[in-house]
Design a protein. Structure first.
Length: 242
């Protein structure tokens, strides 16, 4: 009985943690299809409505390439779409050349009307620092770790992402969570940067053309990311023990 009470306590205390585990790919399934032709890889992102109800959704298809010299580049396609009951829809198509890359990570994320993540799929080409075979989709129990998605739009945003990613990589946390660095335009000439994990905003701030300020925000964001991921790790261990 005490163990049952403890688990119920955790569910009440950390509802987002349990809810996310339950809903991903349950109502809407994200799927990446890959077709290889010589050095070109064709990528198709699809969504499948697994329910009998109409859905209004949005998606992000991100291609993250890491070169032999450890340079990273991101290409993001996004948009809004609808799904009828039990419908399958092609969301986006793109092609990449794999000659200049040791590793390419492809992410498809699907969000509901409230911007909550409800579907995701991942595919990896290459095996740089993650121990996966060439062209392997993660199987049950195997996670791709250390993913930081760059969704910035300006040079300041890109500079922040580079600084954040450099410091985050030093932690060697190897979390299976997808960290998103996103940037949006404000009403003025500035932008707003957010660091998100799943549906949680870990940090956000208005950009300034100041290197010291961006470095400070980078350090602050890395600390908040570290604390967040460590908290999730402790929660997971507590649940396994009980």
């Amino acid at each position: 009985m005490p163990k049952i009470r403890f688990i119920l306590f955790l569910i009440i205390l950390f509802p987002t943690f349990f809810l996310f585990a339950q809903i991903t790919n349950k109502e809407v399934k994200a799927k990446i299809e890959i077709e290889e032709n010589a050095d070109l890889v064709s990528i198709t992102g699809l969504a499948e409505n697994l329910t009998d109800s109409y859905k209004s959704l949005s998606y992000k298809l991100t291609v993250i390439k890491t070169s032999k010299t450890n340079n990273r580049s991101n290409n993001v396609q996004s948009g809004r779409f609808t799904l009828e009951a039990n419908q399958i829809k092609v969301l986006s198509k793109t092609q990449i050349n794999t000659n200049d890359s040791n590793q390419t990570i492809i992410l498809l994320l699907i969000y509901d009307e409230n911007e909550q993540l409800i579907g995701k799929d991942r595919f990896v080409i290459g095996e740089k620092n993650i121990g996966l075979d060439y062209n392997q989709r993660p199987k049950d129990g195997v996670e791709i770790t250390g993913i930081v998605s760059d969704e910035t739009k300006t040079k300041m945003g890109k500079d922040f992402y580079d600084a954040y990613y450099t410091e985050y990589s030093k932690l060697k946390l190897n979390s299976s969570k997808i960290i998103v660095v996103e940037e949006e335009l404000t009403n003025s000439r500035t932008t707003r940067i957010r660091i998100k994990v799943d549906n949680d905003i870990l940090n956000e701030f208005i950009t300034k053309p100041d290197e010291e300020y961006l470095a400070s925000m980078s350090d602050d964001s890395v600390v908040k990311t570290f604390n967040y991921l460590k908290t999730l790790e402790k929660q997971s261990k507590s649940i396994k023990q009980y």
